[in-house]
Structure formats: structure tokens, C-alpha cells
Design a binder for this molecule. Structure first.
Ligand SMILES: [Zn+2]
Length: 380
């Protein structure tokens, strides 16, 4: 099969698979930098025309809540505002977008020419200490909650935070896990500290999601990615790790280069008493990055991570969690935006993945976890 034939086959498979990508940061990105994603844009990774080119059936839009709302208050209101923003975006173009609340709603939405949009909250801050808010957000259409983001919150510790106030989950966080199981809300362990993630896996009756994490095997010491032990525990619980496309998540040398460049930029700002958003700091960051170019990963690197999970725990526990519109300029060659998914499928075909295996990676596994969360909630 030549490259054109292979791409055509990948594209057909992509369409049949109904690709579900569990993490795109479209709402926050577009709220910060307005763009009409119903039409082609140059400022986002996601828009309708490119999503159609890439055969994307159902992106999960992250209702991302910055940590500042955890400390200053207003997280619940901010989550509400973001959900309304997405509802309005969809309402403006009912010919192009549809909100979905269950896997069964994806195909009918696609059949009408719509991209099916599902919702997850990134950062449990908007629960604001009230278990009832899990049901509230479920009723608003949210189908997963990433328990924490960059810092520890009132639910659990976070991988990027050196402070570990809870040594895993807080007492409230333990109740959150039980209530999410009871309601049928998927639990997302991306961004959590290892101990928080392991505690979730011990407590949760339902399979758990890592909506946008890659394998720490390739980036030793980077806790934001999942260790082999964590992936084994996730699989034992029936869950799925959806691989993040960020170059620094995929390749250690890129991760190290990124750390070095970020440290230099931070040091400069500190020495000159600047905030990172000050003009001079932004100018310095831009010119420093120009003279210290960080390379990009490649679509093959994403496939390497998928291969690694498959070797560890089999084909039933890996999926796609791109982090499009959440990464800035660090997406791999071949996966620069939502039109790129067929390139990943080409790579999987080259590696001998069967059509059935590709179907599981593209949507089957995550839809199983989604269904299981609902089933276990009904079972009680
Ligand atoms: Zn994230």
C-alpha cells in the first residue's frame, strides 16, 4: 500500500471509529483570545472545518478553572460562566455543533453534520466543598471532573505542586470520589500527584480516566505523566490513559530543553523584578525562545506512547487526549491541529494495529469507561 492509499484507509477508519478526544482547551482559549471556531481560524488548534478534515467526532471541551479561583473564591461561578459560553457557542451554530451527554448521542449528532461536544471540568475547585455540586454539574452536562490542576486544592494534591497538604486526597476528596461514582461522573486523574491518583484508584468503584497524560517511562521524573505502576493500577480498575500530544510530554530531551528555557525566562523576570505578563518579560521570552529553539516531537512519538501502554497492559486501556488549544506552540509534527488525527492512524496501521485495535484507541476504550461510570451509578 503506498502512502496515498494508506492515508485514504486511515481517513476511512477515522470516520468509522467516531474519534473521541478527551481533552481540548477550546473554551478557555477562545474566551481569552476570541475566535469563531465554527469557521476556519488561524489562532486555534480546533475549528469546525479542520475537525471535519480530521474526522473528529467528539471532542471533550475542558471547562478549565484557574487555581486563583480556588484561593480567591468564585470557582463555581467561573465554571458556570464557561459552561454558558460553550452553550452559546453551540446555540449560535446548531448546524455545526451539538452538545452531547452520552456516547449514544455522538453518531446522531455527526449524522446531522455536527461535531459532538462533550464537557469535562478541569480542576475540582468549583465544587467549593459541596458534594451536591457534583450532581449539579452532571445535570449541566459535565461528564468528567479532573480533580485538581496546577496546585493542590481542597480535594487533593497536584503533580506540579511541591506542597502536598493532603498526602493524596483530602477527607473531602474521598467523599468526592464516592459521590462521583454514585452520580455517574467520570473521575479524571490527570494532573494529580501520584499518591492522590493511587488513592482514587483504590477507592473508585468505577473505571477512571486520565484525560490528557502521557507515559512517564519516556520522561523520567515528570510526575505529570503516568508511571508504569500507575498505568497498571489504572488498567486493573478498568480505566484508560488518553495520551497527551504535547512535545514535552512525549520526549525527554524536549522536556529537559523546555525546563531549561522556562527557568532562564523565569530567572530573567525575577532579576529584573518583572511579572511574566509584563511587556519586557514577554519580549525577553520571545527573543530567548527564538535563539534557543525547542524541537518538536513527531506523530511517531505519540504512537510510541500508545505502544508502551499496549505493551504494559494491553489494548483496552489507551486513548487520545490531545490537549489541543491548551499547549501553545509545542504540538508534534503531523499533529499540529485537529485535522491531524488520520496521520496518527496511518502510524498505527504501519505498526500493525488491527482495525479493531484502532477503534479501541480512537473511542472504544473511553466510551467503555463512560458507559461503566453510568452503569455503576445505576447499580447501587
Ligand atoms: Zn491540563
Amino acid at each position: 500500500m503506498d502512502d496515498t492509499e494508506l492515508y485514504a484507509k486511515a481517513k476511512r477508519l477515522a470516520r468509522e471509529c467516531l474519534i473521541v478526544d478527551t481533552h481540548l482547551d477550546v473554551p478557555y482559549h477562545v474566551m481569552e483570545h476570541p475566535a469563531d471556531v465554527a469557521e476556519r481560524t488561524s489562532s486555534t488548534d480546533f475549528d469546525y472545518p479542520r475537525a471535519r478534515d480530521g474526522e473528529l467526532a467528539c471532542p471533550f471541551f475542558a471547562v478549565y478553572v484557574p487555581h486563583s479561583y480556588e484561593t480567591a473564591g468564585g470557582a463555581y461561578a467561573y465554571a458556570e460562566k464557561t459552561i454558558s459560553f460553550v452553550e452559546q457557542l453551540v446555540a449560535r451554530r446548531p448546524d455545526r455543533f451539538a452538545l452531547v451527554r452520552a456516547p449514544e448521542e455522538i453518531a446522531p449528532a455527526n449524522a446531522k453534520g455536527c461535531i459532538a461536544i462533550a464537557l469535562g471540568i478541569e480542576n475540582g475547585a468549583p465544587l467549593e466543598g459541596k458534594l451536591d455540586n457534583i450532581r449539579h454539574f452532571y445535570d449541566r452536562g459535565i461528564r468528567y471532573i479532573t480533580l485538581a490542576h496546577s496546585r493542590a486544592n481542597h480535594i487533593c494534591d497536584a503533580s506540579y505542586d511541591t506542597l502536598r497538604p493532603w498526602n493524596g486526597l483530602s477527607p473531602f476528596g474521598r467523599l468526592v470520589v464516592a459521590e462521583m461514582n454514585r452520580v455517574g461522573m467520570m473521575i479524571d486523574i490527570s494532573h494529580l500527584s501520584d499518591s492522590a491518583a493511587f488513592q482514587v484508584l483504590r477507592l473508585s468503584r468505577a473505571p477512571v480516566l486520565a484525560s490528557h497524560s502521557s507515559c512517564r517511562f519516556f520522561t523520567p521524573g515528570y510526575e505529570r505523566n503516568m508511571s508504569d505502576d500507575l498505568i497498571r493500577a489504572l488498567a486493573a480498575n478498568g480505566g484508560v490513559i488518553d495520551v497527551n500530544f504535547g512535545s514535552e510530554f512525549l520526549v525527554d530531551s524536549i522536556h529537559q530543553a523546555d525546563l531549561r528555557v522556562s527557568a532562564e525566562i523565569r530567572n530573567y523576570a525575577a532579576e529584573h523584578h518583572l511579572k511574566s505578563t509584563d511587556d519586557e518579560a514577554v519580549r525577553f521570552a520571545r527573543s530567548y525562545k527564538k535563539s534557543h529553539v525547542i524541537p518538536y516531537a513527531d506523530v511517531r512519538d505519540v504512537a510510541e506512547h500508545i505502544d508502551h501502554v499496549v505493551k504494559l497492559v494491553g489494548i483496552d486501556h489507551v486513548g487520545i487526549g490531545s490537549d489541543f488549544d491548551g499547549l501553545g506552540d509545542e504540538l508534534p509534527k503531523g499533529l499540529k491541529d485537529v485535522s491531524g488525527y488520520p496521520n496518527l492512524i496511518v502510524e498505527l496501521l504501519k505498526r500493525g494495529y488491527s482495525e479493531e485495535a484502532i477503534r479501541k484507541v480512537c473511542s472504544g476504550n473511553v466510551c467503555r469507561v463512560w458507559h461503566e461510570a453510568e452503569r455503576i451509578a445505576r447499580e447501587r
